[in-house]
Design a binder for this molecule. Structure first.
Ligand code: IMP
Ligand code: MG
Length: 179
């Protein structure tokens, strides 16, 4: 375990099971639809690549990137789109793939923005859910697992752009960000 991590919350093996379980559900639910999987950069990349490889359907993939965080541990709610997807989503059943739903501000913003582009539907899949911290009115259709109100890193999730490549989800030691 990395020295800055206090404890492991979700192991590699559990992450793999989550990706398989959610992919099987999505494969069932989206059969016959025109599926567009949209990964929210950068945090979702490892989950996105695992999940989408197990979805047994024809689909398109794309990525969107928003910024709100800076280097702190609390979302500002002040969201910028850095990388966007197509303007016209006519006919597509869009599935947004997120690393973690925290306050929900980021995903709510993206969801509302894409709703105006005439998609057939917009669904949300999140690897982690921190329901205790929800502020925005948004719910995930598919959740990997709930996590307690602690700052977590790994498998795509960062603190100040580090720790994304840890192969598990761990709780970051408070001493790292409370300086
Ligand atoms: P929200 O807008 O508060 O829901 O936060 C959205 C983004 O903040 C997520 O997509 C993550 O990238 C990041 N985030 C929220 N909580 C954590 C955490 O515990 N660890 C790392 N990143 C987090
Ligand atoms: Mg992030």
């Amino acid at each position: 375990m990395h020295q800055d991590v206090e404890k492991i919350l979700v192991t590699e093996e559990e992450l793999n099971k989550i990706a398989h379980r959610l992919a099987a559900q999505i494969t069932k639910d989206y059969e016959g639809k025109k599926l567009l999987l949209v990964g929210v950069l950068k945090g979702s990349i490892y989950f996105f690549t695992d999940l989408t490889r197990y979805i047994d359907l024809p689909c398109n993939i794309d990525f969107i990137q928003a910024s709100s965080y800076g280097s702190g541990t609390v979302s500002s709610g002040n969201i910028n789109i850095i990388k966007d997807i197509a303007d016209d989503l006519t006919g597509f059943d869009v599935l947004l793939v997120e690393d973690i739903l925290d306050t929900g501000n980021t995903l709510k913003y993206i969801h509302d923005m894409l709703s105006k582009r005439n998609p057939e539907s917009i669904g949300v899949v999140t690897l982690l859910d921190k329901p205790a911290r929800r502020v925005a009115d948004i719910k995930a259709d598919y959740v990997g697992t709930d996590v307690p109100d602690a700052f977590v890193v790994g498998y795509g999730l960062d603190y100040d752009q580090y720790y994304r490549n840890l192969p598990y989800i761990g709780v970051l030691k408070k001493s790292i960000y409370e300086k």
